[in-house]
Design a protein around this ligand. Sequence first.
Ligand code: MF3
Ligand code: CO
Ligand code: CO
Length: 255
Amino acid sequence: MAVTIKTPEEVEKMRVAGFLAADVLRMIRPHVQPGITTGELDRICHDYIVNVQQAIPAPLNYHGFPKSICTSVNHQVCHGIPGERVLKKGDIVNIDITVIKDGFHGDTSKMFFVGEPSIQARRVTQVSHDCMCKGIEIVRAGVRLGDIGHVIQSHAEQNQCSVVREYCGHGIGRRFHEDPQVLHYGKPGTGMELVSGMTITIEPMINAGRKEVRMLPDNWTVVTRDHSLSAQWEHTILVTETGHEVLTVLPGDDL
Ligand code: MF3
Ligand code: CO
Ligand code: CO
């Protein structure tokens, strides 16, 4: 599928969808506490998206995904299915929200600490956040996808972490996953040039140990092969002539 360049009217709809996705993460934060199940977090988000935002949770039934959000705990890398798992003190959990509003998608995820995290958990969470920020920072028309991958991979590896290869960022718009694929590793000066009006996600999955992953028998949940901790952050970004606009950050918030 070809890359889509958004018109100003479409960009405005992407801003709305991005805002709503970010607003779900803001809403759910106080609920992420020891004792809650990931299934309860899913239900709260589902009801908020459908009833308050009057939007659609994009993951629900997406290629058969059974829930409305993804919850990935500790050594789970991504696409964790919410369920009976009870969060406990010391867990780290990625909550990934994608909403559809007026035909357009907004996609964002954050890490949450349940109680006090271990030093290692704090570290991989910080490294993955810094990787995402370094990728976002250089986004502007004319930059190449390999430049983005390179800054992310360099930062991860300089900090003794590894980049998951099997999953990547993506174009986003009327469809959840559009071209191009935004790899989180690569070589400077290679790959497609970004063009003003493209909307993409940057969402590095960073492991504290080795990069290899494995799929659980549920056919969705991805985990690290060596059981090391993994962390991920994600934003939806508009490419502009002079730089970029992060569509999934709330006014006054940090990335
Ligand atoms: N939100 C994920 C992403 O960032 C995709 C989840 S697909 C699902 O691209 F089916 F697992 F929900
Ligand atoms: Co995404
Ligand atoms: Co996502």
